[in-house]
Design a protein around this ligand. Structure first.
Ligand code: SF4
Length: 536
């Protein structure tokens, strides 16, 4: 027995694995059982049984911003903002540390919404909360190490505060599962991304004394949770979960499961509520958003006939939602990006001239090894098509360097594709072998030093192109949706917003402008942002 185990006497009952069956409405298309493996945790279960009050009230969205604008491969940590003055007012407080992509940011908002509906309040820091959630990302190895580092720092608190709970959600949770519980037995709940909407229910299991591991494939029911959105101006709306692709470097299909599109009416209803609540911009979210609808089959439409839905159809369907002035969507897969989609975007004035379409590599051999399902030529044709219909559109992407077997020449093909396109921004990453992905065990791994060098070179080109693309705005008057005050010290007289092309723009203006679409003359451009002057 470890010292820790000896220090804590075990009093909780031993829980056998249980199978909890969800009572789902008949209208659900798919029924999946959720398996909760309620592990007996001899170290901690004596600490976990508590009779906390359950305060059922509606969550209210707090007006703070912790928004992350990056694609799925980026790794900036986003923490919930410290907006609550009395985080420990009723003894229930939470803090969420979010790593990774927009999907995780949206999932964190959904979890925060559920917790606030239960009376939890947002704690300013991880040290102040009674419930800590690490919403994790496993795209890169470093992110995984970060999770274990954070657990190492926080698990000690279990011994000082018997009511302190630790939850690990997101892709590392799905990937590591019971291994994570064995490695860090102080964790109370490990839940995969498909279970985000069931957080409070799973926490109830924890309070009964179980150590819970929710990882089974699960049909994401129409989301009755109400997110605690971090912005009052812009909102994420999930339209499709999961991924059916099998890129050889990626953990997502294993962690987020198969594609599940939400029904068009559910999406429209969520957007109607957002419009009524004063939100001005919606970003539709999906791992492969342009694959939307292919799992829905034929649905009845208002003309009483059957319809197959695509992203283009959905954009047409939600475009007239009152109050919503801008619509974006991320992330597109080159395989599913159609002429119909781009023509629809051109025709609909609320759809922003902004596309995020990862290319990953500019070399056909590498693309084949990655199992991306398109060629360099196909990708470039698609870009040409976008520029034909929407010449000023901003195009961003993701790229990986140092994929197994990538030669210098193949890497140069990636750079030459970038020269051909001139992206507004590219999220770059050095290839990092991920557990249980095919490419991780290939023998032709590229040396770290070579990867570092390539990353450095590609980033130089990204910045060069981004600056060039930013400079096209100089002297123009752009419509800017104002999102927040400039958070930088000394810049309190400025506000921050974005162009339709998603370029962050700063200008002098009062906080009252937040939520408005205003005209700004662009006077200065860097690779990352624009500056300008408000014009009447
Ligand atoms: S398309 Fe490929 S890279 Fe993107 S989430 Fe799916 S498997 Fe991963």
């Amino acid at each position: 027995m470890s010292c820790r185990a000896m220090a804590l006497s075990f009093t909780a009952p031993h829980f056998a694995a249980s199978l909890q069956q969800q009572q789902q409405p008949a209208s659900n298309r798919l029924f999946t059982q959720l398996k909760l493996s309620a592990n007996p945790n001899p170290i901690l279960r004596n600490l976990s049984v508590s009779s906390k009050p359950c305060v059922c009230s509606l969550a209210t969205a707090a007006p703070t911003v912790a928004e992350k604008e990056s694609s799925q491969a980026s790794q900036v940590e986003v923490s919930s903002s410290p907006s609550c003055a009395n985080a420990k007012g009723n003894g229930l407080s939470y803090h969420i540390i979010t790593m990774g992509c927009q999907m995780n940011v949206a999932d964190s908002e959904r979890m925060a919404g559920q917790l606030e509906a239960q009376g939890y309040q947002l704690a300013p820091t991880p040290d102040d909360c009674s419930l800590l959630i690490l919403n994790t990302c496993s795209i890169r190895d470093r992110a995984e190490q970060k999770v274990y580092g954070a657990l190492g720092r926080n698990k000690i608190r279990k011994y000082e505060d018997p009511n302190f709970r630790i939850v690990v959600s997101g892709c590392v949770a799905q990937q590591e599962g019971n291994t994570l519980l064995r490695r860090v037995p102080e964790v109370d709940l490990v839940m995969g991304p498909q279970h985000v909407g069931r957080l409070t229910e799973l926490l109830e299991q924890v309070e009964l004394g179980s150590q819970v591991c929710a990882l089974e494939p699960f049909y994401i029911e129409e989301d009755i949770t109400r997110p605690r959105r971090d912005s009052t101006v812009t909102a994420w709306v999930n339209i499709i979960y999961g991924c059916n692709e099998g890129c050889t470097y990626c953990v997502v299909p294993g962690t987020r499961g198969k594609e599940q599109s939400r029904l068009p009416d559910a999406i429209r209803n969520e957007m109607l509520a957002l419009g009524e609540a004063g939100y001005k911009e919606v970003t539709l979210l999906g791992q492969n958003i342009d694959a939307y609808g292919r799992d829905l089959g034929l649905l009845d439409n208002e003309n009483f006939s059957k319809q197959r839905w695509t992203l283009a159809d959905l954009l047409l369907y939600v475009h007239d939602v009152p109050g919503i002035e801008r619509i974006r969507f991320v992330t597109s897969h080159p395989k599913y990006f159609t002429e119909k989609l781009i023509k629809t975007c051109k025709e609909l004035p609320k759809v922003c001239e902004y596309f995020n379409i990862p290319f990953q590599s500019g070399d056909n051999e590498i693309l084949k090894e990655m199992k991306r399902g398109y060629t360099r030529e196909k990708y470039l044709n698609m870009i040409q098509m976008i520029r034909h219909y929407m010449p000023d559109a901003s195009i961003t992407a993701d790229a990986i360097v140092g994929f197994p077997g990538e030669s210098e020449e193949q890497f140069c093909n990636t750079l030459s594709l970038m020269e051909d396109v001139k992206f507004d921004a590219v999220n770059t990453a050095a290839y990092s072998p991920r557990p249980r992905t095919p490419a991780a065990v290939w023998e032709n791994q590229v040396a770290d030093l070579v990867k570092e060098d390539r990353l450095h070179r590609i980033n130089r080109l990204v910045t060069e192109h981004a600056l060039e693309r930013s400079q096209r705005y100089l002297g123009r008057v752009e419509k800017i949706l104002v999102e927040a005050k400039n958070p930088r010290p000394g810049k309190e007289d400025q506000v921050r917003g974005r162009t339709g092309g998603n370029k962050v723009t700063f200008f002098k203006g009062a906080a009252e402008l937040i939520g408005s679409l205003v005209n700004v003359k662009i006077t200065d451009a860097t690779s990352a942002s624009l500056r300008g002057e408000l014009v009447s």
